[in-house]
Write a new protein. Sequence first.
Length: 333
Amino acid sequence: MFKFFTERKWYVWAWLGTIIILSSLWVQVQIDVKINEWFGEFYDMIQKALGEPNSITITEYWASLLSFITLAGLYVALAVAISFFTAHFLFRWRTAMVEWYHSVYDKARTIEGASQRVQEDTIKFSRIMEGLGTSFIEAVMIIVEFIPILFGLSIGIPIFFFGDWEYGLITGALIWSVGGTLFLIILGLILRLVGVEYDLQKQEAAYRKILVIAEDDGTVRPKRLEELFDDVRKIHYLSYLRYLYFNIGRVAYLQANVLSAYVFLAPAIVAGVVTLGVMQQIIRAFGRVEGSMQYLLRAWPTIIELASVYKRLREFENKIEKNIQDEKTGIVR
């Protein structure tokens, strides 16, 4: 799966491409920081204008909006460009995988579900990595950049439960985010979501294979097709039930998450010790840090699918390696 990074043929795309993607994500995070600063200044201006009529000019108002449009335009242009580049980067990664599978397909074709591994799982792997990989890196960068901002904004502000402790807001975000994430990870492990996804794909592969055989072999019994589809039906129903339990916890937590920043800021808001602009900056920075810390929670269904794809491809490659070793040693199976 990772020959893309070890074969000389792909060095430029693999390593230079990685640097370009990481650099672009970092620039996007810097623009996001500037947008957060804009929110503080803009809402302070709004508060001033509403509290004291004609205290700002229409020119100042339009200039403020124009500055946001400029920042947002840069962010959108960069996001679109890097999304296009990342798609090409990951297709090259998939190509590196597929080329190796093609080169050893005479050893792989006898393995159960070989065609599905080479065609379907490689494209799933690249598509999942396109969203999951870049969003994970961006989440880490956001945490690194926004925690100092959140810390600076929360100094001297009373925080629910933590009082005037200067690390209260960051600690609150950490406890809420990590606690919720751990809860859902444990719930996912208890429900064996990765295992269910793996079994589901395995049953689908067996069903698909017999359908392909039945296209050319008229002796395949219809009853056998029904038996295999019964297995498919059972694993899907089990998957639906387990995801129902998981989503009850996940959706409930995410809904409660909407109010978390306002709960922690309640003493400061009631006491009136923050301006509207500072409050908006804090809430947005808190949301960015909290959202990044909750990356695993939000991406958990996709992570489960990626883990399942990785498990299938790793198992497939291990069997290919075993077949190659058997051929070298003269073992016939």
